[in-house]
Design a protein around this ligand. Structure first.
Ligand SMILES: [Fe+2]
Ligand SMILES: [Fe+2]
Length: 177
């Protein structure tokens, strides 16, 4: 992957994961609707397995990726509003994890065909989870990602500059007698 395309690929990947978050939140809502209307059939168990795999793995990895690649340049931006927004996003990751840990045992049970949980409680927990996720994605897409994209592109330009400088000094050296 060359330095010029890396940030674009990174943000395309992050945007795609946000689309997946919304799809899986929809699956979780469809699961609760289905349990309440038709019970825990094979289709409901399949939805539960997808939701479980996504929020246990992809979503957690997405938060780690953001904390590693997207947030550090924003925390170092010396822009107080941007730094405050970024600290809020990091705090949200903690709240989202806590919400998911509250939801996860019910979805894990549903994926195995067990329904010891109260669907009304699961629906309430989903309402809280979905509201926080929706605000979180909005703040990332409106403020964090555009600023991070600009700053990473600037870093890449510096990287390209260093690359060119290295090639130039190599040429000078090879041309030397
Ligand atoms: Fe995030
Ligand atoms: Fe995100």
């Amino acid at each position: 992957m060359d330095a010029k395309t890396r940030p674009i690929d990174l943000f395309e990947f992050l945007d795609e994961t946000h689309r997946q978050v919304q799809i899986q939140l929809g699956h979780l809502r469809a699961l609760v609707d289905k349990i309440e209307s038709e019970g825990l059939d094979a289709e409901a168990r399949g939805l539960a397995r997808q939701v479980l795999a996504f929020f246990n793995h992809d979503a957690r990895q997405h938060h780690l990726d953001e904390e590693k690649h997207v947030f550090p340049p924003l925390l170092a931006s010396q822009n107080p509003e941007l730094e405050a927004a970024t600290r809020r996003l990091i705090q949200d990751h903690g709240w989202l994890e806590e919400n998911w840990l509250h939801i996860e045992p019910s979805v894990a049970a549903a994926s195995e065909g067990n329904q010891w949980f109260d669907p009304a409680e699961l629906r309430h927990a989903l309402d809280v989870f979905e509201a926080l996720y929706t605000d979180h994605l909005l703040l990332e897409e409106s403020i964090a990602y555009p600023h991070a994209k600009q700053r990473l592109q600037a870093y890449d330009q510096l990287g390209m500059g260093r690359e060119m400088a290295r090639r130039r000094s190599a040429k000078t050296l090879s041309a030397a007698p």
